[in-house]
Design a protein around this ligand. Structure first.
Ligand SMILES: O=C(O)CCC(=O)C(=O)O
Ligand SMILES: [Fe+2]
Length: 335
């Protein structure tokens, strides 16, 4: 154990609080009232109960092809070039619940959720369903607020902030854009390991999230780092101060593509510091069929579109495939 400590990460040099939505801020409005600290405490407590279950119980609800259920340690490898095993984290995916007999369930990210068997974790499903519901409402009603709140966006936009607001009001609210979003809740547990970047060991490898925005709640264990300038060499990583009851907002790659890099996606990673750590990510992505391409107001003759048009669900499916283990790896558990 002692030798592990010596190979642990350097102490944090710089600490950042950017991109935080503090739920105690009254300006946020009523729509987040249900995501109060007490409720978040309950979600974290229920999440812990799941991860405390014996592995064989968790494997009964193993992730399926619709991205629902349990993801064991190393199931995800977010930065394959720099990681030896994969992310030292386990997780649980919960999405928009669409019954199998609904034609909408044919879409790749729609389907029924999977739940631990009745009696295993009383109240668990209800808590998670409520969280998914409220987080989606919060994302929806507060998107405008997020746009205003993000200090670093303002800096990136400088003189063209009015342009950004016009885009938000007119564009992202459309039913064909975020009318039926792919909204995925992911519970995460990092084991009490020390990360060691020099050896390719990370809680979560460096990445930016795939979609539009992510709302991220964490416990009070330090671990999340962001890199404010992902093009800088060498990259400089800052710890994000964990604030209980606040949501960190990460900008995703689809937003970067839409805005032709005016909004850069947030590069981030997690380093283990020897303590168990729990976090909850809520990924908000546009509708399955939404076409993500450079917004008319984000291109000029001098700055033409940097990315080709993509379909949201096709792009997301590919990103999941690139970062998650092939499900056949787990066949023996399900036999
Ligand atoms: O656990 C965290 O704080 C970050 C999780 C994360 O980046 C992700 O799941 O995409
Ligand atoms: Fe992430």
């Amino acid at each position: 154990m002692e030798s592990q400590k010596q190979s642990g990460p350097e102490p944090p040099i710089k600490v950042s609080t950017i991109n935080c939505i503090d739920l105690s801020n009254p300006d946020i409005g009523e729509s987040v009232a249900l995501l109060k600290q007490e409720f978040m405490d309950e979600v974290f407590a229920q999440s812990k109960k799941f991860f405390y279950l014996p592995l064989n119980e968790k494997l009964k609800v193993l992730r399926n092809e619709k991205h629902r259920g349990y993801t064991p340690m190393f199931d995800e490898v977010l930065d394959p070039d720099n990681q030896v095993h994969g992310d030292y984290k386990e997780g649980y995916y919960i999405g928009v619940d669409v019954p199998e007999n609904d034609p909408e369930s044919e879409k790749p990210f729609n389907g029924p959720n999977v739940w631990p068997a009745d009696g295993v974790l009383p109240g668990w499903r209800q808590t998670m369903e409520k969280f998914h519901h409220e987080a989606l409402k919060m994302a929806d009603k507060n998107l405008y607020f997020f746009f205003l709140q993000l200090e670093r966006w303002e800096r990136q936009f400088q003189g063209s902030i009015a342009l950004a607001l016009d885009l938000e009001v007119d564009f992202f609210d459309k039913p064909e854009v975020l009318g039926k979003p792919i909204a995925t809740l992911r519970l995460l547990h990092y084991e009490d390991q020390f990360s060691d970047p020099a050896k390719g060991i990370y809680g979560a490898g460096a990445h930016s999230d795939f979609g539009f925005i992510t709302l991220l709640a964490t416990d009070d264990v330090m671990g999340l780092q962001i890199c404010k300038d992902k093009d800088a060499k060498p990259q400089i990583w800052e710890y994000v101060t964990p604030i209980k009851g606040a949501f960190i907002v990460n900008l995703g790659d689809m937003l970067e593509r839409w805005s032709n890099c005016m909004f850069k996606s947030t590069l981030h990673r997690v380093l283990g510091n020897g303590q168990d750590r729990y976090s909850i990510a809520f990924f908000v992505e546009p509708n399955h069929d939404c076409l993500v391409e450079c917004l008319p107001t984000c291109k000029t003759e001098k700055s033409p579109p940097k990315f080709p048009q993509i379909r949201c669900s096709t792009y997301l499916s590919q990103r999941y495939k690139d970062t998650h283990a092939n499900l056949s790896v787990y066949d023996k558990h399900q036999a």
